[in-house]
Write a protein that binds this ligand. Sequence first.
Ligand SMILES: Cc1ncc(COP(=O)(O)O)c(C=O)c1O
Length: 392
Amino acid sequence: MNMPNNFRLASRMGEIAPFHVLEILDRARRLEAEGRSIIHMEIGEPDFETPPPVLAAAQRALAERSMHYAPALGLPELREAIAGFYRSRYGVRVDPSRVVVTSGSSGALLLALGVLIDPGSRLLLADPGYPANRHFVRVLEGVPVGIPVDEQSRYQLSATSIAAHWDERTVGALIATPSNPTGTLISHEALEAIHAQVTSRGGTLLVDEIYHGLTYGAQVRTALEIGDDVLVVNSFSKYFNMTGWRIGWLVAPPGMVEAIERLAQNLFLSVSTPAQYAALAAFSDDTLDLLEARRRIMRERRDYLVPELRRLGFDIPVEPEGAFYVYANCSALCADSFEFCSRLLDEAGVAITPGVDFGHHRGREHVRFAYTTSVERLREAVGRIEAFLRLG
Ligand SMILES: Cc1ncc(COP(=O)(O)O)c(C=O)c1O
């Protein structure tokens, strides 16, 4: 029996859009259950399993350790290990007291924004960008300001675009490098210019480095080099292949950690204790060797896919240098990318994500391909897309 709906949702819920990609995934799985062969290029997580040393560390901890609440800022040894990773990988000294272990970078973003956003505060973001960010800001009663970005700025914000959109209610800017959905990087110099612009106006710069490690060119520098007033978000999800463990981190300015700790205590108490013990093994030599081999596999996939998509008529004006995404303009091939994705799934069994998932700017002209599947499957997908386009 259906109960009458006598609840009323908060008005903000009218502005929290679902991830279209999850609807696509749902539909793809339904088609698979009916026996259809589907190639998944919509999924924003690596297809690799958790590295074995991480699994072994988790199993050991479950057998030997107490699994009570951990401290709200994270296990001290994990905070030290994360600080140590900045030293070994980037040559940057970070005091472990500035490292906050979080529930994925999602938890890190919520904590960072939670201590910065007042009702009505504006935060500047790239459009297209990772869709949850604008919703985090909205949940906190702030105003997400999506700044349209194009190939001219490698789909990244610039000091100039930030200056043009800044007003007295703006509290900061958030950059993701490499970006989701475009896979493009911002140069260290451009990031320094943004930092100067933002801080000269009394604002805060947040940098989401969740796809660090998954870059296929020059060695990438961390925004932590720029100054200890930058908030950096990262995660064990993508490079470390640990999406389901729900663990990440935030590096915060020294004076902000106490406020973040209070918020973390109240919102989460602590991050999953077994996940923290597992993550301790993520920086071991064995794990890092495996992750570097997996990075090379990701690169091979990108190197296969990008020229093939261009051959099929997709426009990819900026070479994606990181993450595992290709953001392609499909306007030469279809009138509406949403409908295109829908038909491609139904008729060709290839699941990709429509650009509208990532913002309002030219979403209907773009699609995102995730190369989170093998080159053999990518080859099959390219064949299917080619046949689909031929039939019109
Ligand atoms: C740019 C970006 N930031 C943050 C996240 C959140 O990831 P997690 O909470 O698993 O660390 C994602 C996930 O896709 C992302 O693409």
